[in-house]
Design a protein. Structure first.
Length: 405
């Protein structure tokens, strides 16, 4: 009855406040907003059933009531998985709009400054404060520890740290694929890849009035094992779906992928704990697999590059010089000196001009140049006699008309 009374009174007051806000002046609006915000605050509604409390929170947000960050930290302090104390240890406020991650630059800066200020070498009495700062940073800077602490408390983090990871469920890993060119894996690049994942909204179970929590809804139901007793000495285990108290959101994330020099099709780049999140579970990994697109001129064979170059019969007999524009634009010069004959099927191996080796990018494979000799379609009669004389001078004579085997 008491619960119904306060809900009825809140809705009735909301209607009255809307009417007075419409006709009253600014002082009247300020007084009414302050009164209604106090009536629908977390402190006033914390003993109500969850559904009614959520409805009053919506009214609280509708009237744009203040966030009262100090009050939020008071609610979070001492509760299971409350992150408020960790942010307080680093003298930071966690009131940002982004559920994706904490501000890592601010986090690192605060940790660096405070760890120097409270280092035990400067003041032995500050050792406890220093340990608190260090522990807070280790949790907030680690994506898996952050969600485990937020939803399961410090004991779950200790279990994760002390080798009990096999006893904590993991979410499914995700595999992404990206196409890159041969030029990309020759030079090495960075590329942004977008993907969607579920996030556990940080601190929203304990501090639902945070602005970022407005975009969140209930996480998927949790599965629990319960004993169902058949009689006084026999029971069986049954899976039961339990409504999650945590809040989740689907977020689009940009992942900066570093494509290393010399990578090949099928190579994977692993990003630990970056997959979708669920309460009290270790996030899975995001694995990015590469597919190197074929190049129109260069062919790859392991660490070697293969190219095919057309030469004329004139060049095959009398020599030539060539300049090849490589994948990164530098020139590779090679030649067949005059006096050497280039035979059909011949190839030239140039050391150090192939692909960079992934294990040692300062070293390169070979560039293998194969030659395709282009014969003339026909020889004019006026040139035949001169060509015949030239070939005979180098011991090139007609073969036997009859082929024996």
């Amino acid at each position: 009855i008491a619960s119904g009374h306060i809900v009825f009174r809140s809705v009735f007051m909301a209607l009255r406040v809307l009417a007075l806000l419409a006709i009253g002046g600014e002082p009247v609006r300020a007084v009414l907003r302050h009164y209604f915000c106090s009536l629908t605050s977390d402190e006033s509604t914390q003993w109500l059933p969850p559904g009614w409390r959520e409805g009053l929170r919506n009214l609280y947000d509708f009237f744009d009531c203040p966030q009262q960050s100090a009050g939020r930290r008071k609610i979070a302090r001492g509760a299971v998985g409350g992150l408020g104390e960790l942010f307080e240890a680093l003298e930071l406020d966690d009131d940002g709009d982004d559920n994706t991650d904490v501000d890592r630059a601010a986090l690192k800066r605060a940790y660096r400054d405070l760890s120097v200020k409270y280092h035990p070498d400067k003041n032995e009495s500050s050792a406890e404060r220093f340990n608190l700062i260090r522990d807070a940073y280790e949790v907030l800077s680690h994506p898996a520890k952050l969600v485990l602490y937020d939803t399961g408390g410090v004991e779950l983090v200790k279990k994760f740290e002390t080798g009990g990871q096999d006893d904590i469920e993991r979410t499914d890993s995700m595999e992404l694929r990206t196409d890159v060119s041969l030029d990309d894996v020759y030079a090495g690049i960075s590329r942004d890849i977008g993907f969607s994942r579920r996030l556990v909204c940080r601190s929203c179970r304990l501090q639902p009035r945070l602005r970022r929590c407005r975009r969140c809804s209930a996480c998927p139901d949790e599965i629990e094992q319960r004993q169902v007793w058949m009689n006084s000495w026999q029971y069986y285990m049954e899976e039961v779906r339990v409504r999650s108290l945590e809040r989740c959101a689907i977020s689009t994330h940009q992942l900066t992928v570093s494509i290393e020099r010399g990578m090949m099709t099928g190579d994977r780049i692993n990003y630990a704990f970056m997959a979708s999140q669920l309460p009290k579970r270790i996030p899975g990994d995001v694995m990015v697999s590469l597919r190197v697109q074929p190049h129109h001129f260069f062919k790859r064979r392991g660490g070697d590059l293969l190219v095919s170059v057309d030469v004329s019969l004139f060049e095959a007999l009398l020599g030539f010089e060539r300049e090849l524009v490589h994948l990164d634009g530098h020139l590779v010069r090679f030649s067949i000196p005059r006096g050497n004959i280039l035979r059909p099927g011949a190839a030239l191996e140039i050391e150090g001009e192939g692909m960079p080796l992934r294990d040692d990018p300062s070293n390169f494979g070979r560039l293998i140049v194969t030659f395709q000799i282009q014969f003339p379609e026909k020889i004019p009669p006026t040139a035949s006699e001169g060509l015949e004389a030239a070939l005979q001078s180098v011991s090139q004579k007609r073969g036997s008309e009859r082929i024996r085997w």
